[in-house]
Structures are given as C-alpha cells and as structure tokens.
Design a protein around this ligand. Structure first.
Ligand SMILES: Cc1cc2nc3c(=O)[nH]c(=O)nc-3n(C[C@H](O)[C@H](O)[C@H](O)COP(=O)(O)O)c2cc1C
Length: 183
C-alpha cells in the first residue's frame, strides 16, 4: 500500500488562524492517513503568496512557482476551508487564482473536506465547487463535522470516530488520485 501511494497529497487550509479548526482537521487527517501509507503534506503557501496580478502570471514570483510545483507534484489536493462572508477566504481564493495560468489543478483529484456544523458553510461549498470546476479539477465533497468540543487540550482532533472519518476521506482521495495517475 505504501508504494501505491508514494506520491504526496497536498493539504491546504483556507484559514490562516493559528487555532484554526480546518487546519487541525488537516493535521489529524494527515496523521490518520499515514497509517495507510498515504503521505499528506500540509502546505501553508496561501499565507505567503503575493496578491494575484495577471501581469505577473507568466513570470510569477518565486513563492508562486514553488506553490505551483507543489500542486503539480501532488497526486491529489485536500482542501479544508471555512466560510467567510458567504464565500471563500481571500487568501485561498488568491492562491487558487495563481493556479489558473499554470493549469496545476487541471483534472487533479481535489477533495473538499467540510468540517462546519450541519446547516453552516453551504455558500463556501457552492463557491468552491464553481471555482474548482473552472479549473477543471476533479472535485468531490466530504463532510465530517467537527466542533470545538471535539478538540483535545492541545487543540488537536483525537476523537476516534472523527479520526476514522478523516482517514476514510483521505483514503478515498488517495485511491482516486492513484486511479487517475494510472489512467
Ligand atoms: C471574517 C469572517 C467571516 C465569516 N463569515 C461566515 C459566514 O458567512 N458563514 C458562516 O457560516 N460562518 C462564517 N464565519 C465563521 C467561520 O466560518 C468559522 O468561525 C470557522 O470555524 C472558522 O474556521 P477556522 O477555525 O478554520 O479558522 C466567518 C468568520 C470570519 C472570521
């Protein structure tokens, strides 16, 4: 199994918040997936990218080149994104805009991990779906609600049921990624 999934999955949080529940979910997902030999690399690039500028699209700054390469190298991408004002947080939208020129997400398996409680986050789900379809990404949605009370004293997610749900999400994405590589 380890050899089958040797290529990394890139995990990107839509939140820059230090105590972010979305980022914690990705950490837990990465740790759980490691048990199946799946490498999940958490990428914090949206924090560091300059504002998207179409004039720089074809000769972008170094951090953009690195981010594009990380996307290109990944077999799949896992996104966990909070809803901000009924939409996508600006830093993540900015990062996605930089990906248009490179086509780094073209036909890439992308799993959207939704951790918002039931009844919340519908707008960002829809917005991400639209935007990623414009990238021609191969998008699937996965819901694993996580509340503050599900976090331990260190802010990590260790509840066995949630960890298992996250493991399943990454497992499905890894299989899709592996199948799409083989096709
Ligand atoms: C600027 C801002 C706008 C927000 N707008 C919405 C919103 O439109 N709908 C919603 O359900 N939650 C909204 N929220 C709440 C966040 O989605 C929620 O706190 C989420 O858990 C934050 O994710 P994080 O813990 O990963 O940072 C907003 C939060 C902020 C800071």
């Amino acid at each position: 199994m380890a050899a089958q999934f040797s290529q990394p999955i890139l995990a990107i949080s839509g939140s820059l918040r230090r105590d972010s529940i979305n980022t914690a979910a990705l950490r837990a997902a990465a740790a759980a997936a490691a048990r199946d030999g799946v490498v999940v690399r958490i990428d914090d690039s949206p924090r560091a990218l300059p504002h998207f500028d179409p004039d720089l699209e074809f000769f972008p700054p170094e951090p953009v080149l690195r981010f594009r390469q990380a996307c290109a190298d990944a077999t799949g991408v896992l996104l966990a994104v909070p809803e901000y004002t009924f939409g996508i947080p600006g830093a993540l939208k900015n990062a996605l805009d930089w990906m248009v020129g490179s086509g780094s997400l073209y036909r890439k398996p992308v799993g959207l991990l939704h951790v918002a409680p039931p009844g919340r986050g519908a707008h960002v789900r829809e917005a991400l779906d639209h935007v990623l379809r414009a990238h021609n990404a191969d998008v699937t949605h996965h819901t694993a609600p996580i509340a503050q009370r599900d976090r331990d004293a260190n802010g990590e997610i260790s509840d066995p049921q949630i960890v298992q749900a996250l493991r399943t999400v990454v497992g499905k994405l890894a299989h899709r990624a592996s199948a799409s590589r083989a096709a």
